[in-house]
Structures are given as structure tokens and as C-alpha cells.
Write a protein that binds this ligand. Sequence first.
Ligand SMILES: [Zn+2]
Ligand SMILES: [Zn+2]
Length: 317
Amino acid sequence: MEVLDVLKVVSPTNRGRLEKPPGIYPIRIWWEYVGVISIIHIVALAAVWPWLFSWVGVASVLIGHHLFGMFGMTIGYHRLLTHRSFQCPRWLEHTFAVLGVCCLQDTPARWVATHRVHHQHSDHQHDPHSPLVTFLWSQVGWLLVKDRDFGKMAHLDKYARDIVRDPFYLWLERGQNGLFVFLAHAVVIYLIGGVIGLSYGGWSEAWRMSWSLLVWGVAVRTVFVWHATWAVNSITHMWGYRTYETSDDSRNNWLVGWMTHGEGWHNNHHALPTAAAHGRAWWEFDLSYRVICCLEAIGLVWGVSRPELKQAVKKAA
Ligand SMILES: [Zn+2]
Ligand SMILES: [Zn+2]
């Protein structure tokens, strides 16, 4: 492949041909998800209020995108829990999982089960979020309607048995424990804002900074990580170049690759799902894999999966 192929956009040719997954019929709105997604977006919109602006808040989005988005979602939920592309101590795995829960993308067991279904049925009717239905469906629509199997213990036992047999992950499945973990981390960030404000500006600044961090460091960051993750479901199954001939429509997309710490090299990932590295070519920068390598170098991670290219399906012409 030529370097400039990275700029090549391959448009989908068969968009709209796919029916929605049969499990969603008869359609029932998932009001809990609609409510939570709406509320967090509305709170994030408060960031346009100048009183809430602070550079600390802006920094908290960037730091949080890496801390929660990369360590929690990309390294934790995706490469470790779903694909077991490396091993680490249980305390570190649970730490990654808690950071993932703080992204409000559901519990580890449910996320893992959904993503494994995606790999098993990618861009076919049982895929929970294929953009071959519509772009909006894959971006967020699929989250707003109930699937009759989703979240049921039998479903989790089938697709995420390794997760639910861990008592900690099982505890997260009970009631609203996952949501409580998210709310607890929001309170901690709010208090950190208060301490920062108090340290240089007294009680009035503590009051302002705590709200600034809540809006920027929790709501704006959560919305940003949501859309970055959802872009992997939608954009990287629509636009980009294909290095490998896979049975789905997955693409390598540089914009999503940079936005999601390497998750946008999605065609590579579908070709070699258990590989810890999603970037294969030199320009496919994959920060998550670099971090995994650093953790491996200091002995916190081992058994990193590095399948040979020859094990992958043949290269696209
Ligand atoms: Zn995919
Ligand atoms: Zn995957």
C-alpha cells in the first residue's frame, strides 16, 4: 500500500441494505438510555456559559479523554476485557474496568457481550450497530431502543461468561451499581474542582471551579468519549481504506484513529481482533498499543498478543 492511500476515502456502496436486528421488534424505546444520554448532553451544553469556562476545565477534558477514554474504554473494555489481547494483574484489570464504567457506556459485561456480538455478526443483520442500516442508527439510534436479549443473564453468560463469573463485574450488574460508580466519580471531580478553586481564589472561586469541572471534566468529556466511541461503530464501517479483505465493511480511518487512541484502524482490528496493536503501518499511530508496550516493559502487563500478519486474511488489492 502506498503512503498516500491513507487519504483515500472508499465510500460504501451498499448502505441502507441492512434490516435492523430482529431482537428490537416490537420496538420499545429504552427511556433510561434516552434520559441519561439527553441529560448528559444538556449539561455539556452548559459549557457555553462563560461563568463555567476555565482552562482547568478544558485540561480536564483532555486528561479525562486519556484517563477514562483510553485506559478505561480502549485498553480496558476493548483490548483487555473483550479481546483478551494481553494479561495483567486482577487489580489493574479492575482499575481499567472502573475507569471504563466512568465513561457511562454501560457495565463491562454488557459492553463486552455487545462488542463480541458485533464481531460475530459484523455488518450483518444481528450486528447491534451496523451503519449499513443507517449512519444515525449506528451512531446512537441502536442505544435508544431495547433489544429483547440485551443485558439478560443468559445473553451475558453466552457472550461474556469470563466477565460475569468475576464477582466484581457481577456486582456491577446488580441494580444501578454501574451508574452509582459513575456518579461517585462525578462527585470526586466536583470536589477536586472545589479544592483547586479554594487554593487560589477563596470560597467563591471554589464554588465556580467545582461546577466548571463538573460540566467540563465530567459532562463534556463523557459526551466527547461517547461520540468518539460511537464513531468507531459508524464512521469506521463507512469511510476509510481497507488493508484487509474482511467479511464486513470495516475501514481504517485516520481521523477516528487519532480521536480514539488507535481504535480507528478498525479494518486491521477486524482482520486480527485479538491483536493488541490496531495500527499496522507506520502512519497508523496507535497510542493505546504504545501504552500497553510501556506497561509490558515495566512488568505490569504480559502475554501481549502479537499475531503474525500471515495469520490474517489476505491483503486487499
Ligand atoms: Zn467493527
Ligand atoms: Zn473489537
